[in-house]
Each structure stands twice: as C-alpha cells, then as structure tokens.
Design a protein around this ligand. Structure first.
Ligand code: F6P
Length: 409
C-alpha cells in the first residue's frame, strides 16, 4: 500500500501533465452539455476514453474521429483521449476530445493522441528510491479510470495493446478493442487498418526499385516490416511483381535464392527484385534481430535481413546486389481510401458497442462485414500467412520464387 502511494507520487512528478477530473472541468471543458445529456438517454455510458498504443499506422486518427463523432454527435457521450497509449494511463495524462478536436483529422497520418510501444502497466520499469524496479501499476490505472468516471476504454492497437486491454477487462474495466497494425497479424480479423496503406507504400517503393534495378542490372533486395509474419511482404511483393518473396512462414534456402537470380540473369533478365519480410529466416536458422527494446511488451526489434542477403547473394553469384530497408516509411503518411473507410467503420462499430454496453469485444472485419469478437479470442495468437494461402499459389503460378530448396520457378 505504502509502495503504491510512493509510486503514484513519483509517477505524478514524472508525468508533468497529470490529469484529474477536476483539472478537466477547471479548464472549462463541458463534457456533458445539456443537449448532449438529452441525447445520452439512448446510451448506457456517459464518458468514454480512448488510447492508441503500439507502433503507429495510417488510419489511427480516422478511428479516433469516428469513435468521438459517433459518441458526441449521435449519443451525447463525452470523449477523452489518453495521451501516448498506456504511458498516459500510467502517468495520468488525458484530455477532453471535443468535436473540433477530431475535425479535419481523417486524412492525417500518425495519431493526435501519441502512442507508445514500450509502456506496460502490468510490468513497468521505473526508478524508485534510486533503484530501477519493475512494478505492476495496473490497479492504479484502474483507480484512475474510475476516478475519471470513464465508463468505457477503447484501446486502439495491435496484439500487445489489445492483450493488455484484455488484462484490464479481466480486472473489470469495460474495454473495447480496435485492431490496428501494418503487420495484419491479428487473428479474428481478415484485415487490420493501416495494412492497406503500408502495402501501397511498399508497392510504390518496389516499383521505383524496379527501374533502377533494370538500369544497373542489379539484384535489389527490399526489406519490409511485418514482425513474425509475411502478410505485408507477400501482398506488396505480388503487387510490385517481386521475383523472389521471402516470408517467415516459408524458411528459405539461400542456394535456391541464388539459383533463381542466376537463372534470371542467364535468361536475359539482368535484374532481380527480392522482397524480404524482416522476420524471414533461412531453413534451420534464426530471424535477424536489430536490437532489443527494454520494457517493451515484445522487446525484440527485427531488421537487417536485407543486408545479410545482399552480402550472401553478391558473394555467391558475383552479381551486384543492393539492400533497401523501407522501415518506418511503411507506417507513415496519409491513409489510403480503403483504410479511411475501414477505420471509419471500425470506429463507428466500436462506439456502437460502447453505447450498448457490450464490452470485452474487439471489432473485426470478416469478409465484407464489420463484426465483433471476444477480445480474449482475438489476442490468443498471432495470425500467420498459411502456406496454402491462395495468393502464394497465384504468385507461384506467375513464376514467383519463395526460396524453397526444390522449387522450380
Ligand atoms: O508492429 C508494427 C511494427 O512496425 C513492426 O512491423 C515492426 O517490427 C515494429 O513495429 C517496429 O517497431 P519500432 O517502431 O519500435 O521500431
């Protein structure tokens, strides 16, 4: 108990912008105006808070806008934005979101609330009495939610953010999840928002690499994000006409990769495009780790496989090879029309769940329909690319090589 109140004091010092309900009302916010209160009769909640957690992606603002506009305009529910994901929940930083705050943000990349892919309220490393300690601050976060009078927490994020939301749900917090990530690796939804934009960005990059690859007769290796899955590399690789696509779900044989670039070269195609997912690994080998990020729910940061491959390919084939790592470019920029539409549908559906008091759910796309599924089920495992994916079959049919030992491309 004593340790907890000490934690609170230290966290408040750290989080300069600590927000209390009093602060918000003192600042002149009127979260529940008279007219709004009238409309609120249809809603089972009066105040909703949302946060965006994990790596950002295009479409986050479109979701924030859709949740807030539906809540405020249609139901008179007051909306709050927690700043920088779970960091803001730990350090008590939130602000009221009014209609004017969420107007004009549909096309804006990033998130107006900020995000963090490091802060975990259930295991938070901080300096206490001059010593670094890892503490569980979840109960304090729940108290903050109660103190603020939030009847619903909308967590917009990937598997890490949603798994923590599920932990809060199990502590009795009314939670709704919205699936985001350029990796498209969340089960229970066919697509996450942000993925389509990342595919588009990566495809444009492959198109550009094609022209310079042709001019210089080079092997261009382009590395994409996606963590432990190859959804992004597969879709962008097919859309960009990659000659070889390497994904984590199909471990590659470097000899097969080299054979294919040499075969192409001898056949008069004096360039090759190799699209590689950051999580791709050789048969019997490991993924390439760029660094470890302490305190992150998943501390592993992948990266660097394109350089490893460029080195191996040029040594083994004597063809000139170059590596390009697309990195965070894939997470930036304005969302595509598809992502704007999906984000709006997701945000609207999340708000409708909230006002009906249907908690512990994650919104999801199944076929053409936006549905909702138990949050617990949605975060149970990540969604990998099935090796019998129809797109892999189509890619093989048009001659794309996946780096398998006996593959005839
Ligand atoms: O999950 C989104 C993602 O962009 C992954 O594709 C990538 O592996 C990771 O985040 C990168 O994280 P960071 O922003 O910490 O470098």
């Amino acid at each position: 108990m004593v340790a907890k109140s000490k934690n609170t004091a230290k966290r408040r010092r750290h989080g300069a912008g600590t927000t209390t309900p009093g602060d918000i009302h003192a600042a002149g916010a009127a979260p529940e105006p008279k007219a709004a209160r009238k409309r609120a009769t249809k809603s089972r909640i009066r105040r909703l808070a949302m946060l965006t957690g994990g790596g950002d992606c295009p479409g986050l603002n479109a979701v924030i806008r859709a949740v807030a506009k539906t809540c405020i305009h249609k139901y008179g529910v007051a909306c709050y934005g927690i700043e920088e994901g779970y960091h803001g929940l730990i350090y008590r930083r939130a602000r009221v979101l009014r209609m004017e705050d969420v107007s004009g943000i549909l096309t804006l990349g990033g998130t107006i609330l900020g995000s963090s892919n490091k802060d975990n309220p259930f295991s938070h490393t901080m300096t206490l009495d001059g010593k670094e300690q890892t503490v569980d601050l979840s109960a304090e976060c729940v108290n903050y939610i109660k103190q603020m009078g939030w009847d619903c927490l909308v967590a917009i994020g990937g598997d890490g953010t949603l798994a923590m939301a599920d932990q809060f749900a199990k502590m009795g917090v009314p939670v709704i999840g919205v699936p985001k990530t350029i990796d498209n690796d969340l089960s229970a939804t066919d697509y996450t928002f942000g993925f389509h934009t990342a595919v588009q960005t990566a495809t444009e990059a492959i198109d550009k690499l094609h022209t310079t690859a042709m001019s210089h007769h080079r092997v261009m290796i382009v590395e994409m994000m996606g963590r432990y899955t190859g959804h992004l590399a597969l879709e962008a690789g097919v859309a960009g006409g990659g000659d070889i696509i390497l994904i984590p779900e199909i471990p590659y044989d470097i000899e097969a990769v080299c054979r294919e670039v040499v075969r192409r070269s001898r056949a008069g195609k004096r360039f090759s495009i190799v699209v590689v997912a950051e999580g791709a690994k050789p048969i019997g080998g490991e993924m390439t780790v760029a660094k470890m990020v302490k305190d992150s729910p998943d501390p592993v940061r992948l990266g660097g496989i394109a350089h490893v491959l460029a080195d191996q390919i040029s040594r083994k084939t004597h063809l000139e090879a170059r590596a390009t790592v697309l990195g965070h470019l894939q997470r930036g920029g304005t969302p595509t029309a598809v992502d704007r539409v999906l984000s709006t549908k997701f945000g609207y559906h999340a708000a409708e769940l909230a006002v009906r008091g249907k908690f512990g759910r994650m919104v999801a796309l199944q076929g053409h329909d936006v549905v909702d599924v138990p949050l617990e089920k949605a975060v149970a495992e990540i969604k990998k690319v099935p090796v019998n994916h129809p797109l892999i079959a189509a890619a093989r049919a048009v001659g794309t090589c996946f780096g398998e030992p006996e593959e005839k491309c």
